[in-house]
Design a protein around this ligand. Sequence first.
Ligand SMILES: [Zn+2]
Length: 612
Amino acid sequence: MRIRLTQVTTGIICLLLMLPVNTGCRRTEQAGSKPPLVKTKSGIEMVAIPGGWFEMGSQKGGSDEMPVHKVWISPFLMDVYEVMQDQFRKYQLPDPSHFKNPEYPLEQINWTDATLYCNERSLAEGFEPCYDEETWDCNFAANGYRLPTEAEWEYACRAGTITEYSFGNNKAKLRTYGWYVDNSSGKTHPGGQKQPNPWGLYDMHGNVVEWCNDLYAGNYYSQSPEKNPRGPKEGKERVLRGGSWKSSAETCRSAYRSSDPSIDDTCLASDAIGFRCVRNAPDNVSSEPKMNSEKQTQNTAKTGLVYDDIYIEHKTTPGHPECPERLVRIIKQLKAGGLYSQLVELKPAPADRHWIETVHAPEYIDRARSSCENGAGYLDSGDVPISLKSYEAAVMAAGGVLTAIDAVMEQKVTNAFCAVRPPGHHSLENRAMGFCIFNNVAIGTRYIQEKHNLPKILIVDWDVHHGNGTQAAFYDDPNVLYFSVHQYPFYPGSGSDAEQGSGKGLQTNINVPLPAGSGDESYVKAFEDKLTPAASSFAPDFVLVSAGFDAHEGDLLGGMRVTEQGFAKLTQIAKSIAEKCCAGRLVSVLEGGYGLEGLAASVEAHIRVLMQ
Ligand SMILES: [Zn+2]
């Protein structure tokens, strides 16, 4: 059966009246912050979906959901609800639905009829139709309505989440978010009765399964392009997404793929098949991913703070610059500035030894423990003074980073700052160095990769010293981009721009050595000219910051002239990269910073930007 619609509204040219939409920002919105709504002249509400990167697929699903891969989606508008029967009837079209009710979603619709509706709606609102009604080819350059690509659909469904459903991993909660076999009473339901996803889209899980534009291929993910994939060129069936009133909870997952005719366990009878429309975002929005540091929309990010009193118990020698007072002053400043109460307190747990061993040799870990507990004055070298509780503090410092990473991954917070001691970026696999015992950021890197299955990590290190330990840990690893800007020549001696990585990791180690006396301008220039483009092509899954503040103009050890405003700007750039590439996932970890006043003020400026 095919419904011909073209004569109905041809010639009616209306301009679409749109509410002002801020689509100029290309950040990936966070779960919890809703993108703006747009209302078409015919009264249909659409969500202005921002462009961004996301991870498509699932490692827990069927083989056709793998590999999980990174995809860029350009901005687009998507219907808040499935196309409802009254919307369809506006064009005087025979309603094919089984469960007749103007407020119920349209169903029993085949793919070509869904595309014809898209064309009619485009004409009625003065847009260029996307579909050729002879070949059914889709003109993606047209400004009219079309079915979403499969990637657009999953991106919109996930809404910044990486869990199995847009509300998390708990299947039992599906009752709150969708109509499926366990709660539908064997029929469809009006839109808007269940909770929407974080971007304000309803019924992305259940009610009616939805047509996508793409042809279906089970192996498509292993060959699909990174930017705006549009499905394989050849295929017999079209993709259906989102599960229906007949589906099991499993088949309502964000990544679940099905096609028509379906013989799998989705039970996709035709009275479970509907659709919703999308159209490209207005022309003033770039369709290509760009990295920039433009001002972000004012979505308030939740920022976590890791701190524990054990960090104060790591005592160094009297007069040593890496002193407990550093953290005391930081916390005091955050309280005085009113920030402390706005941060999400993250209580750290000690790092499991397994995670420390991803970076450090077992015998070194044993030596660190016995040296501290036996009351040795220092570990390995005179510049790593230790005390009885130093081992416990070091394990908790690494653990604090892991706690922050978990909080970001669980979306308790968008990003986090770890006010930890001892610092980490000089420590090597089997040796303490430069006030550092365990390499907190390197351990965090391995943790994200192994525990959370996110392979590509960007480490931004703006401590005034070169992070030789971190560089060594990942020197031949193509999945870790280490970027360090530092005073040079200076302690520890490494960090020339000729050190670019080795083997498969060649080009994934970027050093920007700067002469003593460099200030905000040189640092920002290094970030804009070198970090931003490299990060853009690397496309990290997570950003870690080795945040040392010893490049501050008032520091006791460093010879640089960076100000609090400079650190704020560097933070903004790093945060912007995280927003563009990985839904804002960023954990910042204290390294150096020895002028107490400048340190505390810089940390405050840093956190203020993270919170924006
Ligand atoms: Zn330092």
